[in-house]
Design a protein around this ligand. Structure first.
Ligand code: FAD
Ligand code: SF4
Length: 517
């Protein structure tokens, strides 16, 4: 072969310009490798999903007439990393060109930057052709180490790609319709929840390899994987979302329930794995949503603008913005610990055994499905970690491990920045903390919990309550000038000294007993 082209597990983009032409001189390599299966202790479904999606992609390329080397752990067991693997195969195949696509993670970008070949082999990097904001424009859009709101970025993206625009103005006069969204699910809403579209992908062969090579994992998995592993399935999931979830997406975006039985993903799309592996392109997702929206513009429309805008904002706003923050601020970003948090991650995060219903539900669902929706991540598990002061690196590694969609470029800013305020406010204008009150407002967890969300000091009191005030008290000086925190700071100052002391004492007791909550 003349050229070896490496395809990473999250580069399964069949529409990439690489594949427009076929050449017998070019061979594509897709490789399962221990390095990628062990850089954190991943959820077993996550490894299953990546490895199977890679197999499917390799087969699709072969069927389309490309030359493909697909390696499993059986063939790569002696290579510690990509550097060794590529060096060995370059020699074996006697190539003169090594080509790869820009890695989304700093870790791999760094490794490939450092790849050195003999003078007779040239190295070339291509763009992945996936993201809407070109990589080289990130520096123009985002300033290093400086807070920039997502909303400003989002509006620019709307204009630039002419999405939901009426000339130069936002369609229906507003950029953001969040106000119309965010309801709690009531009992009468539950029967209408859509049944999740799940797939029965056989991963038994991969599970055997995971066992054979002693790859440590978390979570559970049967032989059948529910996640989409090829374009056909990814498109089916997108269609399912447009048909069965979009009309209520925004209304119940922040809602949580423990009464939904098998309808665990509510109105969320669960497209993050298909998007992050690039099986789907963000514009493809947006176009499908817009098509559905325009096809039903009767009076009154079944799907209103708030649902569509709310969803599109996640894709062209949050997703692209988070990636830009990551690349603008790495590698320093990962070291931030603005609130000097240093507690070890409580054990409940690994086994879900806790009397706190919200935590046990969010963690158990994550262990069972490798999925939790945004508010479960942000306002339950993330909120708790922030209130008790978990070291950012440890909670980052937990999120990176457990979720099907967790790749560092998207997971890290969400965790360190949005959820833990460890970056000192590059993403969030204030820490995303709350007492039990918010969780009670958005869910039915509290009604099914052994703790009492209305109490703060008794033995039965919801732990989130005193921990919340304890957090406010602990960081009051730091947030003295943050006007978004001033209301809570003032409420704390208004409490009598005696009450403050009681709350702090109660919180201290909880923190000392954290593994028994
Ligand atoms: P939906 O609710 O249906 O949203 C649609 C799509 O919008 C998602 O598929 C996703 O691509 C995009 N999106 C929504 N919110 C965000 C966001 N904040 N950042 C980036 N994209 C977003 N998302 C990941 O893809 N990988 C992660 O590792 C990840 N880690 C997170 C960790 C924490 C602590 C938090 C608070 C959020 C994290 N998110 C992550 C963002 C978000 O929670 C997930 O994208 C979402 O829950 C995926 O489920 P869904 O596809 O059903 O999303
Ligand atoms: Fe969670 Fe507190 Fe509600 Fe229990 S009472 S579910 S611990 S918020």
């Amino acid at each position: 072969y003349h050229t070896l082209r490496l395809i990473l597990g999250d580069q399964l983009n069949a529409n990439h310009s690489w594949f427009k032409q076929k050449s017998d001189d070019t061979v594509y390599m897709i490789a399962e490798i221990k390095q990628e299966a062990t850089y954190v202790k991943h959820h077993i479904q996550k490894i299953g999903a990546f490895f199977l999606a890679m197999t499917e992609f390799a087969n699709a390329l072969k069927n389309a007439g490309h030359q493909v080397i697909h390696l499993t752990l059986d063939e790569t067991q002696n290579f510690d990393n990509f550097t060794q693997l590529i060096a060995s195969y370059s020699k074996q195949l006697k190539i003169s060109k090594f080509e790869y696509q820009r890695p989304d993670e700093y870790r791999l970008a760094d490794e490939f930057n450092l790849l050195n070949f003999d003078s007779n082999i040239t190295k070339k990097m291509y763009e992945t052709e996936h993201f809407l904001l070109p990589f080289e424009q990130i520096n123009q859009e985002i300033e290093e180490n400086k807070h920039q709101t997502m909303e400003v970025f989002y509006r620019k993206m709307r204009k630039r790609f002419n999405i939901l625009m009426d000339g130069n103005k936002p369609l229906h006069g507003k950029w953001n319709f969040d106000q119309a969204n965010r309801n709690k699910l009531k009992k009468q809403d539950l029967p209408d929840l859509p049944t999740p579209l799940i797939f029965n992908n056989d991963i038994s062969g991969i599970l055997l390899r995971i066992k054979k090579y002693k790859i440590e994992t978390i979570g559970t998995s049967g032989n059948n994987l529910l996640w989409p592993v090829n374009r056909k399935q990814a498109k089916a999931l997108l269609k399912h979302f447009c048909q069965s979830c979009l009309a209520q997406f925004g209304h119940f975006q922040d809602a949580m329930t423990c009464q939904s039985d098998k309808k665990w993903s509510l109105y969320h799309s669960r497209l993050s794995f298909a998007l992050n592996t690039k099986m789907l392109h963000p514009l493809q997702v947006i176009q499908a949503v817009l098509k559905k929206y325009h096809a039903q513009l009767t009076q009154p429309p079944e799907i209103d603008i708030a649902q569509v805008e709310g969803f599109i904002r996640q894709i062209i706003g949050w997703r692209e913005y988070i990636r830009a923050i990551y690349w603008r601020n790495m590698p320093k970003y990962i070291t931030h610990n603005q609130l000097a948090a240093k507690r070890d991650l409580p054990e409940m995060y690994w086994h879900a055994k806790t009397k706190m219903k919200c935590m046990s539900e969010a963690i158990q669902q994550s262990l069972d499905t490798a999925y939790a929706h945004h508010i479960q991540r942000l306002m339950v598990t993330g909120n708790f970690a922030l209130l008790v002061g978990v070291e950012p690196k440890q909670i980052h590694q937990w999120y990176l491990a457990i979720y099907i969609d967790a790749i560092e470029w998207v997971e890290l800013p969400n965790t360190l920045g949005m959820s833990q305020y460890a970056d000192g406010g590059l993403i969030a204008t204030k820490p995303y903390t709350s007492s039990g009150n918010y969780i009670n407002k958005m869910s039915d967890y509290c009604a099914n919990c052994q703790y009492d969300v209305k109490q703060t000091l008794s033995e039965k009191a919801c732990p989130f309550n005193s921990l919340y005030w304890n957090f406010i008290a602990q960081h009051q000086v730091k947030f003295k000038h943050n006007h978004r925190m001033s209301m809570m700071n003032n409420l704390w100052y208004k409490k009598s000294q005696q009450e403050q002391a009681q709350i702090m004492l109660h919180a201290k007791g909880l923190l000392q007993n954290i593994n028994n909550l």
